[in-house]
Design a protein around this ligand. Structure first.
Ligand SMILES: Nc1ncnc2c1ncn2[C@@H]1O[C@H](COP(=O)(O)OP(=O)(O)O)[C@@H](O)[C@H]1O
Ligand SMILES: [Mg+2]
Length: 373
């Protein structure tokens, strides 16, 4: 192979890449750069354009406009086989009539690798994935997890410039999915090959990614390390999508001086941190304005004595999970979930006081859902 992408472990760049299917704008001016060896997770709900983005990168889908580079080479017009990418799908079709060994050897044979090098490469990958003892078996004699490893092996054995994975764990049961997730993370860091991984599962994104790119309706919302996005989401969609359960939002009215958040329904208000005042006053929607107070379930505390910083709430239901209890509450007619100790299990209808930790809370503009603080 003389044309195409030669590099191993390549950078990837999407520049203003769009894709339309008839009237559907599946991907809207995507700009995204992935570094050498990086594990980037493309996250978002079903239909937001993740698979389409990956397929355009692989060359399985023509792009409508923009530029895609792999290792600096523009690949817009290159056929899939010249892009040096390996893709693992949710439905990993292994060849049923071939042994595991032959399934792994196949991608090398069709690329014309000398016979003498095929055996050692297959064994090296099999040992890396701990499937050496399965080489003589057929796919139907394997468990789901083992089959998934063979599918990964078939991608790895080619030593591609980029791994592309589209929800590769979603056919596994919950326990195996968590286990394989850990193995995949370890494997990727050992191999150090640039990886783009698509999922709608925020826990996979949080645990696997060096950086997460969150999409909604074809539009990239935010890119960054998982923790940074979790702590500093750019808008309510991102805040809601990360975390399980996601961030809570209490809609209220910002008082004229920007220092208090109030509720007309019951006259309660919260004193906001003084550090927030200047940012709140600078926000496009000047006070008084409708905002959402965003607070994560782990940052809601139950207090015995009501004070300036707490709100009255009523327990809607308690969900004991063994290691913790999720307490679903009604606050001023709005839903709020709090993460509490396993031994705290208040009855339905109990009246309590809750205190959102404002040092870890955020304010969002109710008009455009963008984060103000
Ligand atoms: N081949 C196709 N023809 C028409 N519409 C498509 C095609 N592939 C995807 N779409 C549409 O493009 C949007 C993005 O789809 P997709 O990339 O598969 O989303 P995701 O992988 O995030 O679930 C969806 O609205 C989907 O219906
Ligand atoms: Mg998809």
């Amino acid at each position: 192979m003389t044309d195409g992408v030669q590099t191993t472990n390549a950078t990837v760049a999407f520049q203003e890449v769009s894709k339309t299917f008839g009237h559907v704008l599946a991907v809207n001016k995507l700009n995204l750069e992935v570094a050498q060896g990086e594990f980037l997770v493309l996250l978002g709900p079903s239909g937001c354009g993740k698979t389409t983005s990956l397929r355009m990168l692989a060359g399985l889908e023509r792009i409508s406009s923009g530029t895609i580079r792999i290792g600096g080479t523009i690949v817009n017009e290159l056929p899939p086989r010249s892009r040096n990418v390996a893709m693992v799908f949710q439905s990993y079709a292994l060849y049923p009539h071939l042994s595991v060994y032959e399934n792994l050897a196949y991608p090398l044979r069709i690329r014309g690798l000398p016979k003498a090098s095929i055996g050692p490469r297959v064994r090296e990958v099999a040992s890396l994935l701990q499937i050496d003892s399965l080489l003589e078996r057929r796919p139907k004699q394997l468990s789901g997890g083992q089959r998934q490893r063979v599918a990964l092996g078939r991608a790895i054995v080619r030593r591609p410039a980029v791994f592309l994975m589209d929800e590769p764990l979603s056919n596994l049961d919950a326990q195996l999915r968590v286990h394989t997730r850990g193995e995949l993370k370890r494997l990727q860091s050992e191999l150090g090959v640039t990886t783009i991984y698509v999922t709608h599962d925020q826990a996979e994104a949080m645990t696997l990614a060096d950086r997460v790119a969150i999409m909604r309706d074809g539009l990239l919302q935010q890119v960054g390390p998982p923790r940074a996005i979790y702590d500093q989401p750019s808008n309510m969609f991102v805040a809601r999508f990360l975390g399980s359960p996601g961030m809570n939002f209490l809609k209220g009215v910002l008082r004229a001086d920007g220092g208090r958040l109030g509720w007309s329904s019951n006259g309660y208000s919260l004193q906001l941190p003084s550090e927030w005042t200047s940012a709140v006053q600078a926000a496009p929607a000047s006070a008084p304005a409708e905002v959402y107070l965003g607070v994560r379930p782990e940052n809601v505390a139950f207090v015995d004595q009501p004070d300036e910083a707490s709100l009255p709430a009523e327990v809607y239901v308690s969900e004991a999970l063994g290691n913790e209890t999720l307490v679903r509450l009604q606050v001023n007619g709005q839903d709020l979930v709090a993460r509490a100790d396993a031994n705290f299990e208040p009855d339905v209808g109990t009246r309590v006081w809750v205190r959102p930790d404002l040092r870890r809370a955020h304010l969002f503009d109710a008009a455009n859902e963008a984060r103000i603080i």
